[in-house]
Design a protein around this ligand. Sequence first.
Ligand code: ADP
Ligand code: MG
Length: 247
Amino acid sequence: MSERTAYPQEVVDGAQKATGEVVLTARELRRTFGSGATEVHALDGVSLEVPAGRLTVVRGPSGSGKTTLLNLLGGLDRPTSGQVVLDDGRVLSELPERDVLRVRRERIGYVFQSFGLVPVLSAAENVEVPLRLKRTSAADRGRRVEEVLELVGLGRHAKQRPYELSGGQQQRVGIARALVSRPDILIADEPTGQLDSETAATIMDLLVDLTHSQGIASIVSTHDPVLMGRADQVIELHDGKRVERSA
Ligand code: ADP
Ligand code: MG
C-alpha cells in the first residue's frame, strides 16, 4: 500500500487491489493439443497464484508451455481440464464467451513480442485505439493517452510513427496501449524477445516499476535468465509441468 500512495491519484485509479492480494488463481491447468498419436500435452497440471502489485515471471525453454499458460490466464484459450479463477470467484475458463471478452476488455492488458502496432498510426493514436473501441470521449482519450505515454517515458514522442521509433520505444508504446484502459492484470508473452539485451533490461525495469506503482498483477514470460532477477515470483516450466526453480 505505502509505495502506491506515493504516486499521483489519477495514475493509480485503476489499481483497486491491495498489493499481494491474489487476482488470478490457476488450478491444475491442463491443455492438450491434437489427439491420438499426435497428442501434445502443452500444459500438464500447472497451479499458481498471481498477486496484485507483483511481477510473476514464467520461465522455461522454447516449447515448455509458456505461451499456452499465458493464453489460458488471459482468457484467450480454454484448458482441457483445470480452472482459471478470478478474485470475484468466477471461473474465467468456464465463462460464456461474451463474459470472457468483457473481462479481457475491462481487466486485462496484453503486450506482444512483436509490439503489434499499427504502422500508419502515431504512437498516441496507437495507444488511443482501445479507448476508441470503448467509446471514451475525445477529451478523456486525449488526457489519458498523454498521461500513459508520460508514464512509459514517451511523452515527447507522441506524434511519431512506429518506424520512427526504436524497438525499445515501440515496445513502450505497446505497454502504454496495454495500460491505457487501466487493467489490473497485465500479460506479456516474451515482450523483450525482439530487443537487444540492454534495451530488454530497460523494458523489464519499466514493467517492474509499473507493476509496483500501479498495483497491477503482471505475468511476463521470458527465457532470458538475466531478466528473472526482477521477478517477485518465478514460475519455471519444463515440458508443461511446473518445476522447482533451478538457481
Ligand atoms: P513456449 O511458449 O514455452 O515456447 P508453447 O506454449 O508455445 O511453448 O508450446 C508448448 C507445446 O505445445 C509445444 O510442444 C507446442 O508445439 C505445442 N503447441 C502449442 N500450441 C499448439 C497448437 N495450437 N497446436 C498444437 N500444438 C501446440
Ligand atoms: Mg511462446
